[in-house]
Design a protein around this ligand. Structure first.
Ligand code: F0G
Length: 466
């Protein structure tokens, strides 16, 4: 074992009735005592912390600091479970935070108040790399020899990339057959991991992957793994950094398996506990109408974290009802086509800590917003666009103020799912309605249609001048 920081870190069950503690050196993805989710926690009095957040800048100014190479590990003081010399990094997290004045009007925000955090700029093209660098680092420290994940695509691409770069922990990825966008599948195949296409959807894969991890003793890379979420906290540190160490009024994130929303709440709560920030932003988690478990649980069932006393029986009854009605997630945003988000309870906790809320948007709203985000630069995949669509809706409802500072986290790169983008911009509305009507996607008002012309100069000039 390579000196994992057992002096500072430990794992703790989130269930207030359990609160069992475990060593950080144990590879766990659920509480061995009660089966609930685990947190990585720290004895901050043992850690070396900056006095103010902008002290980080002086540290980064030291030439040649290998940790400053990574947008995650440049904040290693805030996730101090690994000795700095042992981190496994590919330079993840060097992403773009941008004031998006060309997208702000679409989101009905005042100019200067909408910001986009482009996590698609990560090496494997999604925010997952923030978490995977932390999980791979932990896997090494605990002597893992193989890694496995279930995925709607991006997790598999990220796991595959780290496995390929590192070369010491071969990986296996489980994906629902026909349920993964081509850009993501292409990555997993190209990086050379074993891709197992399971008959079924993401939820099937998620259930199976836990069994596989236990049966074969393979290290689990899904966001059930609390070390993944430690890495994803840094997305929020970079948002604060982008605002010159200030906290926005809103952070808006798409909700799928709810790892990000869980990690973001923890990031802010810890910073407040350390006295490094004085207030938390409000978290808005946006789900697809066709994959709305969280929306129903929060806004209809009125279930809440309730200071740690979550009503588990009602959550179980909710899922029983879902199965009885044979309700299955269905959205063009395949990244978030999930029925049973594994981090549900941690997300409820983040919502309580931040005074957060949940909104849902249709696939039509998602794809329209995606076209406008793309036209504003960089772009994103469908799931990410739920954020801007959500802001527009929350503005119309008067929940968000046009002058609030709102940060949307764009979780994945536009090239992850080129098929739906090309369909949006090239197909006639009737064809769209025929092909995608079942998703509620029927027209493309923001399409940028290619102009088809003959091999003829006059025709080409006419097309350009039109
Ligand atoms: N956006 C993208 C692009 C994603 O790939 C995912 C999740 C989410 C949002 C949802 O994030 O789970 O933290 O709420 N993708 C997972 C995967 C499930 O397997 O790649 P979350």
């Amino acid at each position: 074992m390579k000196s994992i920081r057992t002096d500072i870190g430990y794992q703790e069950c989130i269930n207030v009735a359990c609160r069992a503690r475990f060593d950080v050196a144990e590879p766990l993805f659920e509480c061995p005592t009660c089966g609930d989710l685990l947190d990585v926690r720290y004895d901050w009095s043992q850690a070396v912390l900056p006095k103010r957040l902008n002290d980080f800048e002086a540290k980064w100014a030291v030439p040649g600091d290998p940790l400053a190479f990574s947008g995650v590990w440049q904040y290693h003081e805030l996730l101090p479970f690994a000795p700095p010399q042992n981190v496994i990094t590919v330079g993840e997290g060097k992403t773009v935070f941008q004031q998006a004045d060309r997208v702000a009007p679409y989101a009905r925000m005042n100019v200067g108040r909408l910001f986009l955090q482009y996590e698609g700029m990560n090496p494997s093209g999604s925010f997952k790399d923030n978490g995977m660098t932390a999980a791979f680092t932990h896997a090494h420290l605990v002597g893992a020899t193989r890694a496995v994940c279930a995925s709607t695509g991006n997790t598999s691409a990220s796991v595959a990339m780290y496995a390929a770069v590192d070369g010491r922990i071969p990986a296996i990825v489980l994906v629902g057959s026909g349920k993964i966008a081509y850009g993501k599948l292409a990555q997993a195949l190209d990086y050379g991991v074993r891709v197992v296409e399971v008959e079924g959807d993401f939820d099937t894969c998620m259930r199976r992957v836990k069994e596989v991890a236990k049966e074969l003793g393979i290290y689990l890379m899904n966001s059930l793994n609390p070390f993944r979420l430690e890495g994803q906290k840094t997305i929020m540190y970079r948002v604060i950094e982008g605002l010159l160490w200030d906290v926005p009024e809103w952070v808006v994130v798409p909700g799928g398996n709810l790892g990000n929303s869980s990690a973001f709440g923890k990031a802010f709560q810890e910073l407040r506990e350390m006295g490094l920030i004085s207030r938390l932003p409000r978290l808005a988690v946006i789900v697809a109408e066709g994959a709305d478990t969280l929306y129903r649980i929060v806004n209809q069932e009125r279930l809440a974290w309730n200071d740690g006393r979550v009503d588990d029986a009602r959550i179980a009854a909710f899922y029983d009802q879902m199965d009885a009605e044979n309700r299955r997630a269905k959205t063009v945003a395949s990244a978030i086509e999930i029925n049973r988000p594994v981090n549900l309870k941690k997300c409820l906790r983040s919502l309580e800590w931040t005074g957060g809320l949940v909104e849902k948007v249709s696939d039509q709203e998602i794809l329209d917003a995606k076209a406008r985000i793309g036209a504003g630069g960089f772009g994103c995949e469908p799931a990410s666009a739920a954020t801007v669509a959500g802001v527009r809706k929350l503005r119309d409802a008067g929940v968000i103020d046009a002058d609030d500072r709102v940060v949307c986290v764009l979780t994945g790169h536009p090239l992850k799912d080129p098929n739906i983008t090309v369909a949006y911009h090239t197909l006639d509305d009737e064809v769209i309605a025929e092909k995608y009507g079942a998703y509620g996607f029927t027209k493309a008002p923001h399409a940028n249609r290619p102009v088809r012309v003959a091999d003829d100069l006059d025709a080409i000039v006419a097309a350009i001048q039109a």
